[in-house]
Write a protein that binds this ligand. Structure first.
Ligand SMILES: Cc1cc2nc3c(=O)[nH]c(=O)nc-3n(C[C@H](O)[C@H](O)[C@H](O)COP(=O)(O)O)c2cc1C
Length: 171
């Protein structure tokens, strides 16, 4: 698959079958995140892999968007490690760093035939509490991962993308 094939093959998977993700595939997905760029290479990310029965039960309590996935990643960053823009007070990189890492992981998952969905429908405060994460950690997104169920299909949103003429301006 070339890059555009990979990018168009990915869609938000919201129904998973009960097949486990092989350990080497999960490792590859995490590795794809590890090599992503981060501001000043600070690498403030921390990825929590939730796959135990107890962890998945907690996940079901914190989001309705777990979709029964066998693995859910909590993609987070350490607010003590994120880059601070010296040119503008308060402009920091943690959310961007985590998002790039998550995107790398989603696309690697797609190449391996593993479905994913980006989930923001959760309370970061509650996730920190339920999973007992350190004070300095900021959860950015959850990422359910697994093999798509037989009846999984892209939502209509998947193909409803604005034309470039609406989102790109030469200035
Ligand atoms: C920042 C962000 C937050 C999202 N949050 C959720 C979510 O909480 N639950 C969900 O089911 N999908 C969520 N999505 C998936 C989007 O709804 C989806 O990417 C969009 O509708 C386009 O569909 P596609 O991913 O199939 O191309 C999120 C995506 C992004 C990028």
């Amino acid at each position: 698959m070339n890059f555009m094939e990979l990018a168009t093959t990915r869609y938000s998977v919201r129904a998973f079958d009960n097949r486990a993700i092989e350990a080497d595939k999960l490792q590859k997905i995490l590795e794809a995140g590890r090599i992503a760029p981060t501001a000043k290479n600070n690498q403030p990310q921390h990825i929590y892999v939730v796959k135990s029965a107890a962890g998945l039960a907690k996940m079901q309590a914190v989001t309705r968007c777990h979709y029964g996935a066998p693995v859910v990643l909590i993609v987070a960053y350490d607010k003590n490690l994120e880059w601070q823009n010296p040119l503008e007070n308060g402009v920091v990189s943690g959310q961007q760093d985590a998002s790039i890492i998550a995107t790398h992981m989603m696309l690697q998952a797609t190449e391996l035939g593993i479905g994913s969905v980006w989930v923001d429908m959760f309370s970061p405060t509650e996730v920190k509490k339920v999973f007992e994460l350190p004070e300095n950690i900021v959860p950015v997104l959850l990422m359910p991962l697994g093999y798509a169920a037989k009846d999984a299909a892209p939502s209509p949103f998947h193909t409803q993308k604005k034309p470039l003429s609406e989102t790109v301006t030469e200035i």
